[in-house]
Design a protein around this ligand. Structure first.
Ligand code: IMP
Ligand code: MG
Length: 186
């Protein structure tokens, strides 16, 4: 069934199927809901553009008052390794002072991007900041930049695409997550 996708020939393997994504995101939604007081409103901050799919699906599994906001920051350019330089391309529209912020990220690799974002948002005095990341690469733990409060899946240190994650802006619309064939970027 997955063989029908125009991108499937570019993948070395599929590591997370649509069903697995759906099931885990349901669980994450329950965990996140239970971690707040029922009357609290949370500002879900989607880190563009990779977290768009995850944000849309996760939000529907969170049973709380939720407000959406979006932030675009980039540390990658068109390559597959972090440049270490974080640029804010689009800032939040909401004032987060005194509010509960939930940062929604696609993947934590080195953690450099999120570390930067969290430090910046803290200066605006939110009531709390939590992080949910769909994917986490073990590599990150060596660098110890930052911890996520909720993690969907730990994945091997391979370059993955799909379900929002891109290579040179493509593959975001692949409905599952796969490892990109190395010959396509090396
Ligand atoms: P970090 O600053 O090293 O944690 O990089 C995080 C960002 O790099 C993510 O938000 C992604 O946009 C991108 N990234 C890291 N690993 C991958 C990958 O395997 N596939 C696609 N994008 C990735
Ligand atoms: Mg990216």
């Amino acid at each position: 069934m997955n063989g029908d996708n125009i991108y499937s020939a570019d993948l070395a393997e599929i590591i997370i199927t649509e069903d697995e994504l759906k099931k885990r995101i349901k669980e994450l939604g329950k965990e996140i809901t239970a971690s707040y007081n029922p009357e609290e409103e949370i500002v879900m901050v989607c880190i563009l553009r990779g977290a768009v799919m995850f944000m849309a699906d996760l939000a529907r599994e969170i049973n709380l008052h939720v407000v959406f906001d979006f932030m675009d920051c980039s540390s990658y350019g068109e390559g597959t390794t972090s440049s270490g330089v974080v640029r804010i391309i689009k800032d939040l529209d909401e004032n987060i002072e005194g509010r509960h912020v939930l940062i929604v990220e696609d993947i934590m690799d080195t953690g450099i991007t999120l570390k930067y974002v969290v430090e910046m948002l803290k200066t605006r005095n939110p009531a709390s900041i939590k992080i949910v990341t769909l994917l986490e690469k073990p590599e990150r733990r060596v660098e110890k930049h930052i911890e996520a409060d909720f993690v969907g899946f730990e994945i091997p240190n391979k370059f993955v695409v799909g379900y929002g994650l891109d290579f040179a802006e493509r593959y975001r619309n692949l409905p599952y997550i796969g490892v990109l064939k190395e010959e396509l970027y090396s």
